[in-house]
Ligand binder design. Structure first.
Ligand SMILES: [Zn+2]
Length: 74
């Protein structure tokens, strides 16, 4: 188990990563979520935009590519 793996819910709206409404990477669920930050995953482009807007506002935004923090189920 990875201790750093956060809960697999959207950071902004709390939608579970297992929900059919969660936007999957390239539309393929097995690829994991399409959007995430260093703090967790995001369900949609809307939540991702909101999350990064807040992160820029509180100056905690990290403008570097990151590995998805959630383990992708094979
Ligand atoms: Zn969301």
């Amino acid at each position: 188990m990875l201790a750093r793996t956060p809960k697999a819910v959207c950071l902004e709206c709390g939608l579970p990563g297992t929900s059919p409404a969660f936007t999957a990477h390239a539309g393929i669920r097995e690829h994991g979520p399409a959007y995430w930050s260093d703090r967790g995953i995001l369900c949609s482009v809307g939540c991702a935009s909101e999350h990064f807007r807040k992160r820029k506002a509180d100056r905690s935004y990290i403008a570097i590519p990151l590995d998805c923090p959630v383990e992708v189920e094979a």
